[in-house]
Structures are given as structure tokens and as C-alpha cells.
Design a protein around this ligand. Structure first.
Ligand SMILES: [Zn+2]
Length: 305
């Protein structure tokens, strides 16, 4: 059993990042498996090397040790080979439809706008996908994916219609998340993908890409998220309100580990603890499915019950 914690390096680590890391690590360690960290740093417009370093440091501070750390940008050749394979199978096409063209159309399961595959008939330029000035999409089969994850979450979808064919290489040349994730999971022999529920609507698209590339589908499990206030009484996935640099001014690693373990149903109180103390009786049955709200107070991090 090999699992991975795969954060994007587009911002500071925060309690939500650390919760995801802890759950991946505990799941793997409690089953005698390997746990890797993969730094997803392909989006050169948003990533910073300092944030990658901080993610490594934050996990270590929390008490997590990884069997291996992989940097996604080192894997360009494998990503390009996958694009070549898709091109050889006649699956790639250029698309110049802007977000504005899709806006106001159909809502996709991830809350964005669905793409209607309008450019499917367009050929690649003479030089292939590398020579295309537009974004490149992969034509999926129009099949329905039937999939229930290990936590019972129904991920079934017809991604080609509900989401639209995915972009696999962006207009600016960046390899898109949906492609990189399936290629990297294959090459790292990932058997179990444990990740936050915000990514669940992308799973069917990833399964369809796996099928096009002849990749076995791993097991999936999507866990609850930490949320933050997002104005007008709304909540959103925790993002920027409690950065690691602030967290560590008031807490140490065992302190935050205890708060997260309590939020995840693994401890009766938020008293400090080490991740290793949680391995013995780790059980997903104890982990709640409902998202929780994290707040910063005079006493530091609080996760609402
Ligand atoms: Zn298009």
C-alpha cells in the first residue's frame, strides 16, 4: 500500500494542509504502507520555492516523516510522454475558448462552468501539441464512470458531458493538474489516494484519463475539510486565514497535532500528542464526514465542534 500527500505549493501551509497530511500519513502507517509527499509545483504563475520548503518544514514540525519527497516539476519528461501517447491515439485537440465563453452556460459538478467540447473537431497544428498556441484538451470517451470511494462518497459521473473534456496542457505551456496527477500516481505506484473532498468532483475525469493511458485506477477516499469564514455568512475551504507562519507563533507541533486529532475524531480532547501515538487505533470510522470551521482566537487555533 502506497499513499501520497500532494499539496500544491501555491501558498503557505495552514491547518487544512496539515490535517490532510496527518490523515494520509496515519492511514498509511496504520496499514503498514508507505507514505510519500509530492509537491505539486507545476503552476509557475502561482508557485514559490519558499512555500515548497515551508510545506516540508511544516510536516516535520507536526511530527510527520515521509518515505520520499517528490517534486512534480522534475517529472516533465513523463508528463510530455503521456501527452505524446494521447496525441498518438488522436485524443488531443487545441481549444481557444475562454472562460468568458463558458460563463453563464452549464454548471459543472465542481462548481465551475462545464465545457461543451465545442473544439473537438479541431486538429493539432503541424508541429503537434508542442506547437499549439492554444490550450490542449483530451477527448474523453462519453462513458459514465461508476465509482464509490472508500468513505462511501458517490463519485459517479459522465465527465465528458458533466465537466467537459479536460485541459491537459495550458495555453501558457503548464501541464495541467488532471494529467500530471494520473501520470505521477502511476509512476509512484500509488495504490490509495486520500485527499480532501474539494477534489472529489475531479475523480471521474482522472479515471477517464487513466483509461486512455492504460493506467489502473487506485482506491480513493475523500475526507472532510477545514473551512473558514468567507464573508456574507458563507464558508469556504480554509485557505489563507491561518498561515503556518502565524500558527507556529502560538503553538508547537504536538499542540496542533492534538487539535487536529481532536477535530478528526481521533482524540477525546485537543491535548497535545504526537502523530505516532495516533497510529495504533486509527480508524476512518471515527473520522467525521462533515466539514469543520477553523478559527484563530486569542488562544490560537480553534476548530469548532
Ligand atoms: Zn474550445
Amino acid at each position: 500500500m502506497i499513499s501520497r500527500f500532494a499539496p500544491s505549493t501555491t501558498g503557505e501551509a495552514h491547518p487544512g494542509t496539515l490535517l490532510a497530511a496527518l490523515l494520509v500519513w496515519l492511514d498509511a502507517r496504520s496499514r503498514g504502507g508507505r507514505a510519500l509527499m509530492r509537491l505539486e509545483d507545476l503552476d509557475v504563475t502561482r508557485t514559490r520555492a519558499g512555500w515548497a520548503d515551508q510545506l516540508i518544514e511544516a510536516c516535520s514540525w507536526l511530527g510527520l516523516a515521509w518515505d520520499e519527497v517528490i517534486v512534480q516539476s522534475d517529472r516533465r519528461a513523463a508528463h510530455e510522454a503521456a501527452l505524446d501517447a494521447l496525441a498518438a491515439a488522436g485524443r488531443l485537440y487545441p481549444c481557444s475558448c475562454s472562460r468568458a465563453v463558458r460563463a453563464g452556460g452549464r454548471r459543472a459538478p465542481d462548481g465551475g462552468w462545464a465545457y461543451d467540447n465545442t473544439c473537438r473537431g479541431r486538429p493539432l497544428p503541424a508541429g503537434g501539441w508542442r506547437a499549439a498556441a492554444d490550450a490542449i484538451r483530451a477527448r474523453l470517451d462519453d462513458d459514465r464512470v461508476e465509482l464509490i470511494d472508500d468513505g462511501g462518497l458517490d463519485l459517479s459521473q459522465t465527465p465528458a458531458r458533466e465537466m467537459g473534456d479536460p485541459i491537459v496542457r495550458r495555453r501558457d505551456g503548464v501541464i495541467a493538474y488532471q494529467l500530471a496527477v494520473v501520470v505521477d500516481d502511476r509512476d509512484e505506484a500509488i495504490s490509495d489516494v486520500i485527499r480532501g473532498r474539494d477534489i472529489a468532483p475531479s475523480t471521474a475525469t482522472q479515471v477517464m484519463l487513466q483509461r486512455l493511458l492504460g493506467i489502473a485506477t487506485p482506491r480513493y477516499r475523500h475526507h472532510f475539510l477545514l473551512l473558514e469564514a468567507a464573508g456574507a455568512g458563507k464558508l469556504a475551504k480554509l485557505h489563507g486565514s491561518i498561515p503556518f507562519s502565524q500558527l507556529r507563533t502560538q503553538h508547537d507541533g504536538p499542540g496542533v497535532c492534538g487539535i487536529l486529532a481532536h477535530a478528526a475524531g481521533l482524540r477525546a480532547t485537543p491535548a497535545p500528542c504526537a502523530p505516532g501515538e495516533l497510529v495504533g487505533d486509527f480508524d476512518w470510522q471515527r473520522v467525521p464526514t462533515a466539514d469543520r470551521v477553523a478559527r484563530w482566537t486569542a488562544a490560537g487555533l480553534i476548530v469548532d465542534p
